[in-house]
Design a binder for this molecule. Structure first.
Ligand SMILES: Cc1cc2nc3c(=O)[nH]c(=O)nc-3n(C[C@H](O)[C@H](O)[C@H](O)COP(=O)(O)O)c2cc1C
Length: 332
């Protein structure tokens, strides 16, 4: 019996994975931005940044391909026209407008027929006026990059450990917000910034929330601030982007943890590898927006004067690193 169970059990895991894939597929179908519904402010804004970012890139190249970018310029124009119709204008709508103006006014483009067409369609611009404008690109020196150099990177990177027991004190919301602001500088696909962060300090809500997460056993009741990192599925349009929200959520989470670390605040990731039923029940409890996918929870708190941490040794470099030597590729 034991042998049979042992041989069947791994297949159970694959079935669980299948259940998860189906759940993710259903969520992608229901909430992702593939319909490009431009009258939905959020979908339109994610779409706009995706498109106007390509204009920013086109304007940033030292050797520009003159004549390129017009397809995107007309797509942005359409998005702006939708925004004007809806009169619900948000952050990326404004930037889309700015980038389009900068693109059509670029010396390479200003006198083209396309620029004239766009100008004539961009008549009703009062919603976009009287705002401080930002450049699409700017010069950034080598010395600017060097401001990020740490004299001893090891001091920063190797002094972070996941902490599971904290000072019995809630971290000030301003510190959390500061760390979120720093972490928002994380790269994201086409700069879509699909993140949404939920922050809980209320004891009862934390307790209820942590019941859904197995990895906090033994320390859940000592977590002062609980963070839930989510990404907005509406930001993802192409079918191939079905995993992108997990990636962007992971990128943000790590930056947030480093940001906290730079502010002297400790943290511990709490995985959200969940069954569909737990995910559904949890999002109902916390009132998570239906389109927001949970990446992970993060326990946050101040380190105590004395702490005991797991050593969590790292693998040797040679196990995780391969240099692809193309000269040797064909041999043997
Ligand atoms: C996505 C993710 C989920 C994690 N989930 C848990 C968890 O549920 N409970 C826990 O105690 N630690 C959790 N951890 C923390 C890891 O155990 C820890 O990062 C690892 O052992 C390395 O140790 P260090 O962070 O101290 O360097 C998680 C880490 C990651 C990245």
């Amino acid at each position: 019996m034991n042998i049979i169970w042992k041989s069947i059990r791994p297949y159970g895991r694959v079935l669980k994975a299948l259940e998860g894939f189906m759940y993710d597929l259903k969520r992608f179908y229901k909430y992702a931005g593939w319909r490009i519904n431009m009258s939905d402010k959020d979908v339109r804004n994610y779409y706009s940044v995706k498109v106007y970012h390509s204009l920013e890139k086109s304007l940033s190249y030292k050797n520009r391909n003159i004549g390129s970018g017009w397809t995107d310029a007309f797509l942005i124009l359409e998005a702006i026209e939708y925004a004007l119709k809806s009169k619900e204008i948000a952050f990326h709508d404004y930037l889309a407008y700015e980038r389009l103006i900068q693109f059509i006014n670029h010396p390479d483009n200003a006198n083209t027929e396309n620029a004239k067409k766009i100008r004539s369609r961009l008549k009703e611009t009062k919603y976009f006026q009287n705002r401080e404008t930002t450049p699409a690109t700017f010069n950034y020196k080598e010395s600017d990059y060097q401001k990020g150099i740490l004299s001893k990177p090891e001091d920063f990177f190797f002094s972070r450990f996941s902490l599971r027991e904290f000072k019995d004190e809630i971290v000030d919301e301003d510190i959390i917000k500061h760390a979120v602001k720093l972490a928002i500088k994380s790269p994201s696909v086409c700069n879509r910034q699909p993140w949404h962060i939920y922050h809980i300090t209320d004891k009862i809500t934390k307790e209820k929330a942590l019941k859904y997460q197995a990895g906090n056993r033994g320390f859940g009741d000592k977590i002062p601030n609980l963070i839930i990192v989510t990404t907005d599925l509406r930001a993802f349009i192409a079918g191939q982007e079905h995993y992108q929200h997990w990636i962007d959520g992971g990128m943000f989470s790590m930056s947030f943890i480093w940001a906290l670390h730079s502010l002297g605040i400790a943290s511990c990731c709490l995985n959200w590898s969940q069954s569909p039923s737990n995910d559904k029940a949890f999002r109902k409890l916390i009132n998570i927006h239906p389109a927001h996918t949970i990446s992970m929870m993060i326990a946050v708190g101040k380190p105590d004067t004395e702490n005991i941490v797991c050593s969590s040794k790292r693998r040797p470099l040679q196990e995780v690193y391969t240099f692809i030597d193309s000269n040797k590729g064909e041999e043997g």
